[in-house]
Design a protein around this ligand. Structure first.
Ligand code: C2O
Ligand code: CU
Length: 547
């Protein structure tokens, strides 16, 4: 194992992610940011300099559990202070486990602005993956709006509310096409054929493969909003990894991926090598207004410029939830994976509702819409600064008379910065309960992501979770993940062991939803947290503490 050092500068720059020029947030002149590649057991040291002129910044290492380094989790107001313009902060943490991960901004809506990149951890020297492959391809998926994030943010926090709308483009490794299509002759409504020389910033990254080999495709989604579905023409994919954990391999024609998730799939290039194949990515779970993203699987020695002669795979209908559920429920842990404790010490039921706070539209969890304090929780708890956030904890359950099938009778909610305090090393069940939004007959998908831990996904159910439903939990081979969705009007049950001292965000990974309060905070064993670098807490009430 070794230490890998990086010097990064975050800045705004001009780019044309989907062939139209806008400003994006990039790192060292790159968008997406540089890919980090490390081996399990390595220590990463990233010196992050903030070259933005008027905004703070932090970076979260999504999927890395930060065992023993909760201050390096990169969540503004939770694990650290935002890094001021002109300042540098040194993240130092261990990547203890192989897997497909990514990193992204975790302050305001900087992820939507383009602050993200891949983080890939290979097995340690001398270790092997439980599957074979000859080559590797990496796809980082995101969505892109032409409206800048500051305008998006103001719209979301205004009354009347202004929704950000659907993304203009879906990007593959930061590249997409807005005003042309690579498969123009199949598109309806008609659109012009893209003409690329290959050096355009939006020219798709062609995936080059040799015939009769097996490739590992690493796919991660850091979308702000979109749920995606990926298909490769004429090829099946065998899913082997989800969120850094091995799963029982299973073959699929197409794969659903929600924001915050990552997968590895194996692809065997056993098709006719004298042609190329489409890779298509479409939007699901919201009425799509975004054209599908396309790139090409290019069999050597066929020319990369040869456009496949047939229509790209079409995404299943956006509201075919049975298709999504079937995929999600076919994911099981690989035999020999850690099993969940048989029982839990505490059950927290979290009702997800859309509400109003003084007329402003928000998302609330058990009727509390999260607002983050100016002093990071980690510092407040470590130093006992009780007036830096609400001392009252949000409730462990919601009023059992609440009808999840309808818009709330009382739509008024409250804002708060209270947190859940969890006993160190206790086992916690979280039941995420979905409900109707403010609009009649609407319930949306939300991918929930937990920091600092993986959880076991014990099960999914329809309508309200009720006493006795725990009998249906899968305790035998539930997948370990860090992100799990709740389907419309349904519930999802998770179990985790609170064995990582620190303060951890648990939230919907749809960035505008988090911005509207859709999250909670779990604190555990903060007294056991060791030295926290002083620069992590140089703001708010911890600003003059010397720890
Ligand atoms: Cu990738 Cu708190 O998120
Ligand atoms: Cu959400």
């Amino acid at each position: 194992a070794k230490a890998r050092h990086f010097n990064w500068e975050v800045e705004y720059m001009y780019r044309s992610p989907d062939c139209l020029e806008h400003i994006v947030m990039g790192i060292n002149g790159q968008f997406p940011g540089p890919t980090i590649r490390a081996k399990a057991g390595d220590t990463l040291v990233i010196e992050l300099s903030n070259k933005l002129h008027t905004e703070g910044v932090v970076i979260h290492w999504h999927g890395i559990r930060q065992l023993g380094t909760p201050w390096a989790d990169g969540t503004a107001s939770i694990s650290q202070c935002a890094i001021n313009p002109g300042e540098t902060f040194k993240y130092r943490f261990k990547v203890d486990r192989r897997g497909t991960y990514f990193y992204h901004g975790h302050y305001g809506m900087q992820r939507s602005a383009g602050l993200y990149g891949s983080l890939i951890v290979d097995v340690a020297d001398g270790e092997k993956e439980p599957f074979h492959y000859d080559g590797e391809l990496n796809l980082l998926l995101s969505d892109w709006w032409h409206k800048g994030v500051h305008e998006q943010e103001v719209g979301l926090s205004s009354n009347p509310f202004r929704w950000i709308g659907e993304p203009q483009s879906v990007l593959i490794n930061g590249r997409g096409q807005y005003n042309c299509s690579m498969a123009a002759k199949f598109s309806n409504p008609p659109i012009g054929q893209c003409k690329f020389r290959g050096n355009e910033q939006c020219a798709p990254q062609i995936l080059k493969v040799q015939p009769n080999k097996t490739y590992r495709l690493r796919i991660a989604s850091t979308t702000a909003l979109a749920s995606l579905n990926l298909a490769i023409q004429g090829h099946k994919m065998v899913v082997v990894e989800a969120d850094g954990n091995h799963v029982q391999p299973f073959a699929m024609n197409d794969l659903d991926i929600y924001s915050g998730e990552s997968y590895s799939v194996l692809l065997t290039t056993d098709q006719n090598p004298s042609r190329n194949y489409w890779i298509s990515i479409g939007v699901r779970a919201r009425e799509p207004k975004t054209p599908q993203a396309l790139t090409i699987l290019n069999y050597s020695p066929t020319s990369a410029s040869r456009i496949p002669m047939s229509q790209p795979p079409v995404t299943p209908p956006w509201n075919d939830y049975n298709h999504s559920k079937a995929f999600t429920k076919s994911i099981y842990a690989l035999m020999g994976s850690p099993k969940p404790p048989k029982t839990s010490n505490r059950r927290i039921v979290l009702l997800n509702t859309q509400n109003r706070v003084n007329g402003f539209i928000k998302w609330s969890i058990n009727n509390v819409s999260l607002v983050l304090p100016s002093t990071p929780y980690l510092g407040s708890l470590k130093f006992g600064l009780n007036n830096s956030f609400d001392q009252k904890s949000p409730p462990d359950n919601y009023d059992s008379s609440y009808d999840i099938m309808k818009p709330a009778v009382n739509q008024n909610s409250t804002q708060g910065s209270g947190i859940y305090t969890i006993g160190l090393n206790t086992t916690v069940d979280v039941i995420l309960q979905n409900a109707n939004t403010l609009a009649k007959d609407v319930s949306e998908i939300h991918p929930w992501h937990l920091h600092g831990h993986d959880f076991w996904v014990l099960g999914y159910g329809e309508s309200k979770f009720k006493e006795g439903d725990e009998k249906t939990f899968n305790l035998k081979n539930p997948p370990l993940r860090n992100t799990a969705v709740i389907f419309p009007y349904g519930w999802t049950a998770l179990r985790f062991v609170a064995d990582n001292p620190g303060v951890w965000a648990f939230h919907c990974h749809i960035e505008p939803h988090l911005h509207m309060g859709m999250g909670v905070v779990f604190a555990q064993g903060v007294h056991r947290v060791g030295q926290i670098p002083r620069e992590a807490l140089a703001c708010g009430l911890t600003g003059n503490k010397h720890n």
